[in-house]
Design a protein around this ligand. Structure first.
Ligand code: NAP
Length: 521
């Protein structure tokens, strides 16, 4: 598949105005052809103006039309899945088979959102019919639907180069909502980004939609992202990445003359608690499973279980030995970018400076960007006195926190910041402790898992991939799953409208048969 390296702004291939870059193969630390264009404020302005022009038509597409468009994107992604996975593997060092799975997942997400659109429940239609005879005063007819916010900016993530990137869940849910989209492609995988963007652009053209429905820009440095967040026609932003980057963009958006929502998904250590009976019954198995999940994607996953909290006692040594073995056996694998590799090494240093002791390391790095796995440990008292120990180290490292008793386990839980997920491993005899732990975790996480680890594969109606700060900037929303569409919607009420002027879904005939509440029933 030929890559042009251009920015894709509506139907236009726009060449570089602010320099170029080449992708890096992290397995070899060598640059790969071709050159990829960087744009700046001018290109952002072009893309956002096109998105704004396209918005009225696109946001008024019928549910059937919009669902068919999303399915076209899915079909186009399927058609390029193999070259897309091959290019993504070159640019990320991740296994090609895993990336084929990601491509399939991305296509599936578009199909799932097509289904969400067809069902129409996301519109949350409500009708309060007129009551002309009501006393002491008559009531006018009120009808409510959710509408899209407007053009939105999406920052592609680095760590899942397809399913959280240009054709990831953010784009799928925003397009499903009726928003027009400008993606800021992540420079860690520019070729994979171009292939995805072209699959979406082709669907825009084949569906007869205005070109501004979708654009992809790219830039070197912060200027391009800042220009997107600052643009007055942008009405919401999504971001997956570092706490520092996410908060810089969040604060920037709040300083605009017109502040806008910024939905960031940033950092989480996904704490795992092993309760005493479970430890006795199957400590080794849990310890092994914990490290197995920790190592997925070379530890570069938002749901990576990074901290394990366990009470010293029966089963503890077997669990620790199983963790040590799994880490020691782990080969070093390339990390996504030189920056992520450097910040992994720095993060390990910081854990050790804060008092964590190194227990074991995996096989030594062979290539420059290889991440060597690491297990560190610390006792509960030290953990409670050093906030730095509760911070995420993005990469293949885990911290074992050895607590003295149940009270200290609960204190460690209370010391944690907001999380995407937390897990409890327990047996029936642990329920009493679980009942005390649960309210602490409920206040701090978006998902609580029992006798398993949080899994990123599930994309469904009950999926929550969000949580209290700093896991996300707004714990009321999720960035994955069918309800992630809600980030791009706002309620609009129509009062006293003649039927013919109402949106189709709110007319008396209800042509799409979307469920509606009438007088709250
Ligand atoms: P990042 O540095 O936060 O960058 C993410 C995206 O935002 C990139 O496109 C970046 O552009 C842009 N950006 C960041 N700060 C910006 C600013 N101040 N103004 C404008 N644009 C800005 O994240 P990353 O590159 O993916 O990885 C770095 C670190 O992020 C990792 O080491 C890890 O700690 C964290 N991370 C966490 C998760 C998670 O799910 N928990 C996922 C991915 C990454 P440029 O690339 O041009 O700078």
């Amino acid at each position: 598949m030929k890559l042009t390296g251009n920015l894709l702004i509506g139907a236009n291939e726009v060449p570089a105005s602010a320099g170029t870059m080449k992708a890096l193969n992290p397995s070899t630390n060598q640059l790969i052809e071709p050159d990829f264009a960087f744009g700046g404020v001018v290109e952002v302005d072009m893309a956002v103006n096109l998105a704004d022009e396209a918005f009225d038509q696109y946001s008024h597409t019928s549910l059937t039309e919009r669902a068919a468009f999303l399915e076209r994107i899915a079909d186009n992604l399927d058609a390029v899945a193999l070259p897309l996975a091959a290019r993504a593997a070159l640019e990320t060092g991740l296994p090609e088979a895993q990336l084929q799975g990601e491509a399939a997942k991305a296509a599936t997400q578009f199909r799932q959102f097509a289904e969400v659109v067809r069902k129409g429940r996301f519109l949350q239609l409500a009708i309060d019919p007129a009551q002309p005879d009501r006393q002491p005063r008559p009531r006018m007819d009120h009808r409510l639907q959710k509408i899209a916010l407007g053009p939105v900016a999406i920052f592609g993530a680095s760590n899942f180069p397809i399913s959280y990137s240009v054709a990831g869940g953010d784009t799928a849910s925003a397009l499903a909502a009726g928003a027009t989209v400008i993606v800021k492609a992540h420079n860690a995988h520019p070729g994979a980004s171009e292939i995805q963007a072209k699959a979406i652009r082709k669907a825009v053209q084949d569906s007869g939609l205005p070109e501004g429905v979708f654009s992809m820009v790219r830039g070197g440095g912060n200027a391009i992202g800042e220009a997107l967040v600052d643009h007055p026609l942008i009405k919401a932003v999504t971001f997956t990445g570092s706490e520092q980057g996410g908060m810089a963009l969040y604060r920037r958006a709040q300083r605009r003359p017109e502040p806008i929502p910024v939905f960031t998904e940033m950092t989480s250590v996904n704490p795992t608690f092993i309760l005493p009976r479970a430890m006795t019954a199957r400590g080794a198995q849990i310890g092994d499973g914990f490290i197995e999940r920790m190592l997925v994607n070379v530890g570069q996953a938002c749901l990576k279980p990074a901290i394990l909290i366990a009470i010293e006692g029966d089963g503890f040594d077997a669990m620790r030995a199983a963790m040590i073995k799994r880490v020691a056996d782990a080969p070093a694998r390339p990390m996504l970018t030189p920056g992520i590799h450097a910040s992994y090494l720095n993060g390990l240093d910081q854990l050790q400076s804060a008092g964590a002791r190194s227990v074991v390391e995996g096989s030594a790095a062979v290539a420059d960007l290889d991440g060597q796995s690491a297990l560190l440990e610390v006792d509960g008292e030290r953990f409670l006195s050093e906030a730095a120990l509760a911070h995420e180290v993005f990469g293949p490292a885990a911290l074992l926190v050895k607590v003295t008793d149940q009270a200290q386990m609960l204190a460690v839980a209370r010391a944690l910041r907001g999380q995407l997920s937390a897990a409890m491993h327990l047996e029936e005899d642990d329920f009493e402790l679980a009942r005390r732990l649960l309210p602490i975790l409920e206040r701090r996480t978006g998902r609580i898992v029992v006798n398993a680890f949080a899994h990123p594969q599930e994309v469904s109606y009950a999926t929550i991939h969000g949580g209290p700060f700093p896991a996300s900037s707004d714990s009321r929303f999720t960035s994955v799953g069918m309800t992630s569409i809600e980030r791009f919607l706002r309620p609009l009420s129509y009062q006293g409208f003649p039927d013919a002027l109402l949106p189709e879904v709110l007319r008396d005939s209800n042509p799409f048969g979307v469920p509606r509440s009438v007088d709250g029933q």
